[in-house]
Design a binder for this molecule. Structure first.
Ligand SMILES: *[C@@H]1O[C@H](CO)[C@@H](O)[C@H](O)[C@H]1NC(C)=O
Ligand SMILES: *[C@@H]1O[C@H](CO)[C@@H](O)[C@H](O)[C@H]1NC(C)=O
Ligand SMILES: *[C@@H]1O[C@H](CO)[C@@H](O)[C@H](O)[C@H]1NC(C)=O
Ligand SMILES: *[C@@H]1O[C@H](CO)[C@@H](O)[C@H](O)[C@H]1NC(C)=O
Ligand SMILES: *[C@@H]1O[C@H](CO)[C@@H](O)[C@H](O)[C@H]1NC(C)=O
Ligand SMILES: *[C@@H]1O[C@H](CO)[C@@H](O)[C@H](O)[C@H]1NC(C)=O
Ligand SMILES: *[C@@H]1O[C@H](CO)[C@@H](O)[C@H](O)[C@H]1NC(C)=O
Ligand SMILES: *[C@@H]1O[C@H](CO)[C@@H](O)[C@H](O)[C@H]1NC(C)=O
Ligand SMILES: [Zn+2]
Length: 653
C-alpha cells in the first residue's frame, strides 16, 4: 500500500467536457490503479452507463467508505455547492471535507475539491472498540484532574481519525468533551482501542481580557447611555399582560443572577412599567444590551446572509457569576460576565457577535481551537463582531472597544501587534502562541480586504461565512483557509484579487484556484447566473485549434457587460499566479473575439450601468450565458474531431 499526497484528475466526458477537476486525496492511495483513472477510463465508464456517475465511482471509495451530505447552497453560477464528509462503516472520518459542484437539478458536475481518505479498511478492519465510552471518559478525567460528579454535557462520539503523527494510520477514536462549572470544556481524542490520548485542547471559546495587563493611553470609549426603542435601536421584547420577556424570534436572554447555576434557564422578565433594573459595574442594563445586540446579530443573518445564525434560537446568559471579566460560548449558549475593575459588563455588540461567531464555527467547519485553525476560529469571531457593528452602524475595527475601562480596545485589526502580544505575519506563527493572539493574522487579512481594498463588509463577511460553511475543516491551516476563501469568492461571484492582496500582506502563500473556475461547454447555455454590480461571476472556456471567432452571449433583464480575459481572470497589476490576465475583448451582451484558436479564455459578467445599489445576492438579475465559436473554413479536413465539431460531412472511405 502506498501512502502520500496525490492529485487525481477526473474528466467527466460530455457533462463537463472542458472542465478538469482536481480531487486531492490525502494519503492511503491504492497504488497505480487509482492514479490511472484518466480520461479514457472515465469516458469508458460513461459510455457503458449513461447514468450520471455516483459518488463512490467518482471518488473510487474502498469498501465501507462513503461520502455523506452535510449542507448545500446555491452559488452565483446557476448551480449548487454541496459539502460532504466521509464516513467509514457509518462512522464519521474526522476532518474530511469534500466540496462538490452540482448542476441546478442536482447532478454531480465532476468538479470537486477537498480531501478524504481511502483504504481505511486496511487499518481499521472492524469498528468494535476495546474501550467503552466511559473508560475513555475516565482517561480524560484523570488527565484533567476533574471529578466525574461535577461534570455535565458529556459528549462522546466514536469516529475514524487519521493520525498524521503516526504515519497517517487510521484509528478508531473517541472524541469526548464535557463541561465543568459551566465554563471549562476540555476536548479529548482518545484511541478507542489503546486508550492513548491522541490530541486534546480546551474547547472553551473565551474572551480573555485579563490574560495581559495592557495599559494604554486613549479615550476610554464607552457605550454611553443608549435609549432603546428608536431607530436603529429598536427593541422588541415579548409582552404578555404587562410583563416583558427578553425573548423574540432571534434571541432569548437568561439572567444568571450572579451565580453559575446551570439550572437557571427561564427567560429574563420584568414588569414593563418598572423596567429591569439590573444596573451593575458602570453598565445600565446588561440584560437589555444582550437582548438588543443578540437581535441585531439575528437580523443581520436574516437580512444579509439569508438564514439564521445558529441552528437553534440564540441564547444569551447574562450576569454570570460574580464580576467575571469574560464571556464564552459553551457549545449551547453564550454567557457574559459583569466585568470588573478592567472591564464593563461584556455585553457589547462586538463581543455578542464574537461569541455567536463561535457557535457558527462549531456548527460549520468546527475549526479546532488551537494552532492555526484556532487562530482563524478566533479571527472569524472577531470578524462577526465587526460585521454586526457595521450592520447596525459602523465598524470600529477594534474588538472590545466599548467595554475596556483603561485601554481603548482589547484587540485591533489594522496593526494587531499594537496590543503587544498579537501577530499579523505567518512567519511569526508558532504553536505556542495562544489563539487570541494568532488570530491577528486573519484580523489583518480582514482589515486589508475591507479597509484597504474597499470590499464592502457585507460581501466580505458573506465570503467568510460561505468558506466556513463549505470549505474550511477542523484542522485547516492559515493557507487552507485562504484557499477556501478564494473558492468561496469564486462561487459567489466576487473578485479573488482583494483576497490575494490581503493574503500576501500577511505572508500566506499563494493558492491556485484556477481549477475551481467553472468551465462552459460549447453552445450550451447556463441559465440563471447572478449578475449585479458587485456579483461578477467568472467562467472559463477552452477552444480547439480549429476555432475561428469566439462568441460570448449574455441575455438578462438588464444589459450585461462581458469581459473576455486571457492568461487569467483579473487584469490588475496586483494579481499574481494564474489569476493574472489581460482583457482582450469586452462589450455589452455579445462579444466577438477573432483568432480564437487553441486558447483558454476566462469571461467575467458584470452589470452595465451603475444604477444598481439595491441588489440582493442570489437570484437577482438572472442572466443566461452561452459561449461558442465559429470554425475555420479551411482547417485540415482529415481531422475527424474538427469535422464532427464543425458539423461538416465526414469523408467516405
Ligand atoms: C393580567 O394581570 C393582571 C394583574 O397583573 C391580572 O389580574 C390578570 O388576571 C392578568 N390576566 C391574564 C390573562 O393573565
Ligand atoms: C439549582 O442549582 C443550585 C446549585 O447547583 C441549587 O442550590 C438550587 O437549589 C438549584 N435550583 C433548583 C430550582 O433546582
Ligand atoms: C446553557 O448551557 C449550559 C451548558 O450546556 C446548560 O447547562 C444550560 O442549561 C444552558 N442554559 C440555557 C438557558 O440554555
Ligand atoms: C482601571 O481603572 C479603574 C478605575 O478607573 C481602576 O480601579 C483599575 O484598577 C484600573 N485597572 C488597571 C489594570 O489599571
Ligand atoms: C513563539 O512565538 C512567541 C511570540 O513571538 C515567542 O515568544 C516564543 O519564543 C515562540 N516559541 C517558539 C517555540 O518558537
Ligand atoms: C430596488 O429595486 C427594486 C426593483 O427594481 C425597486 O422596486 C425598489 O424600489 C428599489 N429600492 C430602492 C431603495 O431603490
Ligand atoms: C454554436 O455556436 C456558434 C457560434 O454562435 C455557431 O456558429 C454554431 O452554429 C453553433 N453550433 C451549433 C451546433 O449550434
Ligand atoms: C485558412 O485560411 C485563412 C484565410 O482565410 C488563412 O489565414 C489561414 O492560414 C488558413 N489556414 C490553414 C490551416 O490553411
Ligand atoms: Zn473567542
Amino acid at each position: 500500500m502506498r501512502r502520500g499526497h496525490i492529485i487525481l484528475i477526473f474528466l467527466l466526458g460530455e457533462l463537463m467536457s472542458m472542465t478538469w477537476a482536481a480531487v486531492r486525496v490525502d494519503a492511503r492511495i491504492r497504488a497505480a490503479e487509482t492514479m490511472s483513472m484518466r480520461r479514457s477510463q472515465t469516458e469508458q465508464l460513461r459510455k457503458r452507463d449513461k447514468t450520471p456517475l455516483s459518488r463512490s465511482q467518482l471518488f473510487k471509495l474502498t469498501p465501507g467508505e462513503s461520502l455523506e451530505e452535510d449542507t448545500e447552497v446555491d452559488d452565483a453560477l446557476g448551480g449548487k455547492v454541496e459539502r460532504l464528509h466521509e464516513t467509514y462503516k457509518g462512522f464519521k472520518v474526522y476532518d474530511t471535507v469534500v466540496t462538490v459542484r452540482k448542476s441546478k437539478n442536482g447532478e454531480l458536475t465532476g468538479d470537486a475539491t477537498g480531501h478524504f481518505y481511502q483504504n481505511i479498511d486496511e487499518d481499521v478492519p472492524n469498528t468494535e472498540a476495546k474501550l467503552s465510552p466511559n473508560q475513555a471518559l475516565q482517561i480524560a478525567l484523570k488527565v484533567e484532574n476533574d471529578d466525574e460528579e461535577n461534570i455535565g454535557s458529556v459528549k462522546t462520539d466514536k469516529f475514524i481519525y487519521v493520525d498524521k503523527k503516526d504515519g497517517n494510520k487510521a484509528k478508531l477514536v473517541y472524541q469526548l468533551s464535557y463541561l465543568i462549572d459551566g465554563f471549562k470544556r476540555p476536548f479529548y481524542i482518545i484511541d478507542a482501542n489503546k486508550g492513548k490520548v491522541i490530541q486534546h485542547w480546551s474547547g472553551f471559546n473565551t474572551y480573555p481580557c485579563c490574560e495581559r495587563k495592557y495599559t494604554a493611553i486613549g479615550g476610554n470609549e464607552k457605550i454611553g447611555k443608549i435609549t432603546y426603542g428608536n431607530m436603529p435601536y429598536c427593541l422588541a421584547p415579548t409582552i404578555v399582560n404587562g410583563t416583558c420577556y427578553l425573548e423574540n424570534e432571534y434571541v432569548r436572554v437568561v439572567d444568571m443572577e450572579n451565580t453559575r447555576h446551570n439550572n437557571i434557564t427561564e427567560t429574563a422578565s420584568f414588569l414593563c412599567d418598572e423596567g429591569y433594573g439590573d444596573e451593575v459595574n458602570g453598565a445600565y442594563s446588561p440584560a437589555t444590551d444582550a437582548f438588543f445586540y443578540g437581535t441585531v446579530v439575528g437580523k443581520m443573518f436574516e437580512e444579509w446572509f439569508g438564514g439564521t445564525a445558529l441552528k437553534e434560537k440564540i441564547i444569551l446568559r447574562v450576569h454570570f457569576s460574580e464580576y467575571m471579566e469574560n464571556a464564552f460560548w459553551n457549545g449551547v449558549n453564550c454567557t457574559f460576565g459583569d466585568g470588573g475593575s478592567d472591564l464593563y459588563p461584556l455585553t457589547s455588540l462586538d463581543v455578542v457577535g464574537h461569541e455567536i461567531g463561535h457557535g457558527i464555527t462549531e456548527q460549520s467547519s468546527n475549526l479546532a481551537y488551537y494552532d492555526e485553525h484556532g487562530g482563524v476560529n478566533e479571527a472569524f469571531s472577531d470578524i462577526m463582531g465587526e460585521a454586526a457593528e457595521r450592520y447596525l452602524l459602523e465598524s470600529d475595527f477594534l474588538t472590545g472597544g466599548s467595554i475596556m475601562k483603561n485601554s481603548s480596545y482589547l484587540r485591533e485589526f489594522e496593526t494587531p501587534e499594537n496590543d503587544g502580544v498579537s501577530i499579523s505575519k505567518v512567519s511569526d506563527m508558532n504553536d505556542s502562541i495562544p489563539v487570541h493572539f494568532s488570530s491577528g493574522v486573519y484580523r489583518r487579512v480582514w482589515y486589508v480586504l475591507v479597509k484597504q481594498e474597499g470590499m464592502p463588509i457585507r460581501e466580505a463577511a458573506t465570503v467568510f461565512l460561505h468558506a466556513n460553511k463549505m470549505y474550511w475543516h477542523s484542522t485547516a491551516s492559515f493557507h487552507d483557509c485562504a484557499c477556501g476563501l478564494l473558492m468561496a469568492a469564486l462561487d459567489l461571484g466576487y473578485s479573488t484579487l482583494p483576497f490575494n492582496v490581503a493574503f500576501s500582506d500577511v505572508g500566506i502563500d499563494h493558492c491556485e484556484v484556477e481549477s475551481h473556475i467553472l468551465g462552459l461547454n460549447k453552445n450550451r447555455t447556463v441559465s440563471d447566473i447572478t449578475v449585479t454590480e458587485s456579483v461578477n461571476p467568472v467562467f472559463k472556456f477552452t477552444t480547439p485549434e480549429w476555432a475561428d471567432t469566439l462568441i460570448v452571449d449574455a441575455t438578462g433583464t438588464y444589459p450585461t457587460w462581458i469581459s473576455v480575459f486571457i492568461g487569467g481572470w483579473e487584469a490588475s497589476n496586483d494579481a499574481c499566479g494564474e489569476e493574472k490576465g489581460e482583457v482582450i475583448a469586452e462589450g455589452i451582451d455579445t462579444v466577438y473575439v477573432p483568432n480564437a484558436e487553441d486558447k483558454q479564455f476566462y469571461m467575467k459578467f458584470s452589470r452595465h450601468g451603475s444604477d444598481m445599489s439595491n441588489t440582493t445576492l442570489i437570484g437577482f438579475n438572472a442572466v443566461d450565458i452561452t459561449a461558442g465559436y465559429t470554425c475555420q473554413q479551411n482547417f485540415s479536413e482529415f481531422n475527424w474531431w474538427y469535422l464532427r465539431d464543425c458539423g461538416l460531412k465526414l469523408p467516405d472511405y
